[in-house]
Ligand binder design. Structure first.
Ligand code: SAM
Length: 276
């Protein structure tokens, strides 16, 4: 018998992947998680029916959500991640020698535990001495934090359930306050293609623009996210229109490089229209 996993992108389309076996199925207070092993993408973490990442293409998202802001900053030392309990973004941030501390605020310990158990190559950074984990709501954390950060990265689920507030203006205002004057924020930015993700894409870019003097979404090709065309929203507190790397890469990557960094900020005509 063949088993297939389907994630719907709209009532009439989606992605379907042949499953070898389900390795785990658990529920927390916040969400339902499944870890499946597949023929094409290796192991996949699924939360509430949505693919979070796969063994095969996680490097694209994790490299792009981290190296674009970190290579746009003169000297990133203190980095804060909201969400991203799998640790993929932590692993990439720790490749930067300038980084002295990486704090991760994840609301759901279940995600951290599952990543440690099933995705050791993704959660590898959790044992680094520069890393600190907070299991709590990212919205509350940024509201109450007295610390300052050079880069803040919001690596969250879609704007449903506990993540709704991670796409709202008040949250971005609180992040603005905890960033240093040359600080940079990057937010998981949804896709401008399908109806639901398009709405989220437009809303979050509008909210960010209301708070930061320079904002611009950039793009990466991620095969297992809706439409493959995925955005990340970039915002600078100093208002400088920097859209390229200002430092040289001195470690290996599989997707990110200087040309990709610059090119990722180019917008197709329909996206320009959406952002007007
Ligand atoms: N980029 C991935 C995606 O959307 O496909 C997201 C990966 S990561 C697994 C997203 C994480 O955000 C989840 O583990 C979820 O528990 C966490 N999260 C959601 N709302 C949160 C909140 N309010 N505070 C902290 N973490 C949150």
């Amino acid at each position: 018998m063949e088993l297939w996993f389907t994630e719907k992108y709209s009532p009439n389309s989606g992605i379907t992947i042949k499953v070898k076996q389900e390795l785990a199925h658990v529920k927390s207070k916040y969400q339902e998680m499944s870890v499946i092993d597949t023929y094409e993408f290796g192991k996949i973490m699924v939360l509430d029916g949505f693919i979070m990442f796969t063994d095969k293409d996680e490097f694209i998202y994790h490299e792009m959500i981290t190296h674009v802001p970190l290579f746009s900053h003169e000297n990133p030392e203190n980095v804060l991640l909201i969400g991203g309990g799998d640790g993929g973004a932590v692993r990439e941030v720790l490749k930067h020698n300038s980084v002295r501390s990486v704090e991760l605020v994840e609301i759901d310990k279940m995600v951290v535990d599952a990543s440690k158990e099933f995705f050791p190559q993704v959660s590898v950074g959790f044992s680094d001495k520069r890393f600190k984990l907070h299991i709590e709501d990212g919205i509350k954390f940024v509201k109450e934090s007295k610390d300052k950060y050079d880069v803040v990265i919001v690596d969250s689920t879609d704007p449903i359930g506990p993540a709704v507030g991670l796409y709202q203006r008040d949250f971005y205002k609180n992040i603005y306050d905890i960033l240093n004057d040359d600080g940079i924020l990057v937010v998981q930015g949804e896709s401008p293609y399908y109806t639901d993700t398009k709405k989220a894409f437009v809303n979050l870019n509008r909210e960010l623009k209301a708070v930061f003097p320079f904002t611009r979404p950039y793009f990466a090709f991620i095969p297992t996210y809706p439409s493959g065309m995925w955005s990340l929203a970039y915002a600078r507190k100093d208002g400088k229109e920097i859209k390229g790397p200002i430092r040289k890469k001195d470690f290996d990557t599989k997707y990110y490089n200087e040309e990709i960094h610059k090119a990722s900020f180019a917008h197709p005509e329909f996206v320009k229209e959406l952002l007007k």
